[in-house]
Design a protein around this ligand. Structure first.
Ligand code: FES
Length: 125
C-alpha cells in the first residue's frame, strides 16, 4: 500500500468487512464501500486465486469510477482491467495503466486481507 493511501485510512476502520471472499469469482472483480478518512469510498476488489487485491475505484485519468455500473468492471482479452469511461487499461499485479490516456500512472492500492472467508481492510496496528 502506498503511504498516501495508508495515511487516509483511519484507525477506526480496522476490522471493516468488505464482503465474502466466495462472492468474488476467481479472476473477477467486485466493488465494495469502505470508510476511509471519514469518507465513503468505492473500492475495486480483484480476486487472484486465494488472494484479493484492492484499489480505490478512482481512475487516475479523470478521477471517475472505473465500473460502468456498480460492481460491473470491464476486462479485456489480455486480462486487463479497462476503465469504462475512456478506456484506460490497467494490469492487475500492480494496477499500472499500460494503455490509454493515463499510461504509466497507477490506481491507488488499498491493503486488504482474506480472513475467515471474508475480505477486510488490512490496516497497520
Ligand atoms: S476516467 Fe478512466 S479513462 Fe478517463
Amino acid at each position: 500500500m502506498s503511504e498516501d493511501v495508508r495515511s487516509l485510512l483511519s484507525a477506526g476502520d480496522g476490522g471493516t468487512s468488505l464482503g465474502a471472499f466466495s462472492q468474488i469469482e476467481d479472476g473477477g472483480f467486485a466493488e465494495a464501500e469502505a470508510t476511509i478518512d471519514g469518507d465513503a469510498e468505492s473500492l475495486i476488489l480483484h480476486r487472484d486465486g486465494d488472494s484479493v487485491r484492492a484499489w480505490l475505484n478512482i481512475c487516475p485519468h479523470a478521477g471517475r469510477r472505473l465500473d460502468w455500473a456498480p460492481g460491473q468492471f470491464l476486462k479485456n482479452r489480455e486480462g486487463h482491467l479497462v476503465c469504462a469511461v475512456h478506456g484506460a487499461t490497467f494490469e492487475l499485479s500492480g494496477g499500472v495503466c499500460v494503455a490509454g490516456p493515463c499510461r504509466g500512472e497507477s490506481l491507488r492500492p488499498v491493503a486488504v486481507v482474506v480472513r475467515e472467508g471474508k475480505v477486510f481492510l488490512d490496516l497497520p496496528p
